[in-house]
Write a protein that binds this ligand. Structure first.
Ligand code: ZN
Length: 226
C-alpha cells in the first residue's frame, strides 16, 4: 500500500489528485492509502498556513510522499490582440522561477514553504517527495479539458477561463456538491486522456512531470527504502 499525504483545498481535490496520481503511476487507485491532515482546513490561506503542520504529521505517519496544492485562482483577461492575458496578481508558475524571488507565484510560495517545513522534521534525511499541484486557474480546468474526451462538449483552452466560469461550465453551478463530483468530475478524472491533458494544459504538465520525476521512489518496495 502506498501511503500518500494529501494537503489540498478540499475532499474533491484530494480524490481527483489521488485518481490522477494513480493513473500516472499506472497503479490502481485503491493501492494509494490517502492521509489528510487531522486538523483539515480548506482554502488557499489555510493550506499555506498549515502546510508545515500537515507535512510534520505526514512525516510522523511515515508517508511515502505527499501531494500539496491550491488553485491559482486568477482571472484571465482578453488581450488587445484577441489572446488571453494571465492575471498579473496571480502569475502562473514557469520553469526558471525561483521560489525565493517569485513570491507572488503560488507554486513558488508552496515550494518555499515545503523546504522550510523539511528543516523541522525530526528524522534527518526525511527527503520524501512532495509533489506540488497548482491548477490554473482551478482544478476544474483539468476536468473541463477532459470533458471533451468523454463526450461532454468541447471546451478549448480551459486555463483561459476564470474560476467561476470553469465551475459553471463543468457542473452547471458555481459550487459543486459531492453528488455533482461523483456524477461528473470523478468519471472524467478516471477516463480522460492524460497524454493529451499534459500536452494542452501546462499546469497539469507541471504536476505530471513532478510525478514522473519521483516515479521510482513512489513505486519502490518499502523494504528497499533507506
Ligand atoms: Zn513560480
Amino acid at each position: 500500500m502506498l501511503r500518500i499525504g494529501f494537503h489540498l483545498e478540499g475532499p474533491q481535490d484530494d480524490e481527483t489528485l489521488r485518481i490522477l496520481l494513480a493513473r500516472l503511476l499506472g497503479i490502481e487507485r485503491s493501492a494509494i492509502e490517502p492521509l489528510v491532515f487531522s486538523s483539515r482546513v480548506d482554502g488557499y490561506e489555510g493550506v499555506v498556513q498549515f502546510l508545515g503542520a500537515a507535512l510534520a504529521e505526514f512525516e510522523q505517519e511515515g508517508v511515502r510522499a505527499a501531494v500539496v496544492g491550491v488553485d491559482n485562482d486568477g482571472t484571465p483577461m482578453p488581450g488587445l490582440d484577441g489572446t488571453v492575458v494571465e492575471d498579473p496578481r496571480r502569475p502562473r508558475h514557469r520553469p526558471g522561477h525561483q521560489p525565493g524571488l517569485h513570491v507572488s507565484c503560488r507554486y513558488c510560495r508552496l515550494a518555499a514553504a515545503v523546504e522550510r517545513a523539511r528543516t523541522t522534521f525530526e528524522e534527518k534525511g526525511s527527503d520524501w517527495p512532495v509533489v506540488i499541484a497548482v491548477p490554473v486557474e482551478a482544478l476544474e480546468s483539468w476536468l473541463l479539458w477532459g470533458a471533451d474526451c468523454v463526450g461532454r462538449g468541447r471546451h478549448p483552452r480551459p486555463e483561459d477561463l476564470p474560476v467561476g466560469e470553469l465551475k459553471t461550465k463543468l457542473y452547471g453551478r458555481k459550487h459543486a456538491t459531492q453528488h455533482d463530483f461523483r456524477v461528473v468530475g470523478r468519471p472524467i478524472a478516471e477516463q480522460m486522456d492524460l497524454d493529451g491533458l499534459r500536452r494542452d494544459v501546462p499546469s497539469f504538465a507541471l504536476f505530471a512531470d513532478a510525478v514522473e520525476h519521483h516515479r521510482d521512489r513512489l513505486l519502490a518496495e518499502p523494504h528497499s527504502q533507506p
